[in-house]
Design a protein around this ligand. Structure first.
Ligand SMILES: [Zn+2]
Length: 247
């Protein structure tokens, strides 16, 4: 009986693991920079998402004026409506690395569900379409091919992570949530970003010009620069992600 029960359990487990309708736990991977020989104030990577909407020129101008490099995750939707900002970014290839935030800002989760109220891609084919259409939009905007992907909401099903890796992208987690989806106030955003430590990967948003958080992003970045922190893009550093996102 014990044996039978065990094999039934094993069967149930394997059914659960392979059933397309299961609600497997989603992961929100972290990403860090590999530690370097200690010199100066340390290194951080600033990543900014351009999900849709417009461009926060407070942030874009501060990056250009203060020569702060950043990795910008753009969607196909955002690219279509922000040509002037794209032109500024392309004019400063030493500062801006543009990477793939998906074609239509749909979470890279291959089962149907909602994440923060947004419907997931819902199938492996739809995840693939989101990733490939994001890369195609960047290619038609004339830049180098993207190497990194970050899905909408930055949450993934483990099987979607494996698929995105097979498509040739590393997946960009983060270690400091700088602006809470651009919904935090300026003060708290500045505090979080200003507290980043050596090796951190910061996430914030560059597509919400009317939100107070954008002002905090600028203040936090200037505070880090003041402390002697060096900013690097994701492609300029060795990165360590968990949940199978980079290795
Ligand atoms: Zn986004």
């Amino acid at each position: 009986m014990g044996l039978l029960r065990n094999s039934l359990c094993a069967m149930a487990l394997s059914l659960f693991a392979t059933s397309p309708g299961n609600s497997a736990t989603l992961v929100e991977p972290t990403l860090h920079l590999k530690p370097q020989a200690a010199e100066g104030g340390g290194r951080v990577a600033l990543t900014l998402d351009a999900c849709g909407g417009k461009t926060d020129t407070r942030i874009l101008s501060a990056l250009v004026d203060n020569r702060i490099p950043a990795t910008i995750f753009v969607t196909g939707i955002w690219l279509k409506h922000n040509a002037a900002a794209v032109e500024i970014m392309r004019a400063h290839p030493d500062l801006f690395e543009l990477e793939n935030h998906g074609g239509r800002h749909i979470p890279a989760v291959d089962t149907p569900r909602k994440i923060y109220g947004i419907s997931s891609a819902g199938s492996p084919d739809a995840v693939q379409a989101e990733v490939e259409s994001g890369a195609a939009a960047l290619a038609s905007a004339g830049g180098p091919a993207p190497k990194w992907f970050r899905g909408a909401t930055a949450e993934y099903s483990p099987s979607a992570i494996a698929m995105i890796r097979k498509l040739g992208f590393k997946i960009a987690g983060f270690s400091v949530n700088g602006d809470g989806g651009s919904l935090l106030g300026a003060k708290e955003t500045a505090r979080r970003i200003g507290a980043a430590k050596d090796g951190d990967v910061i996430i914030a948003h560059i597509n919400q010009p009317s939100h107070a958080a954008g002002e905090g992003v600028v203040q936090g970045l200037l505070a880090l620069k003041q402390k002697g922190m060096t900013f690097v893009r994701l492609d300029d550093a060795d990165d360590i992600g968990n949940d199978g996102t980079t290795e």
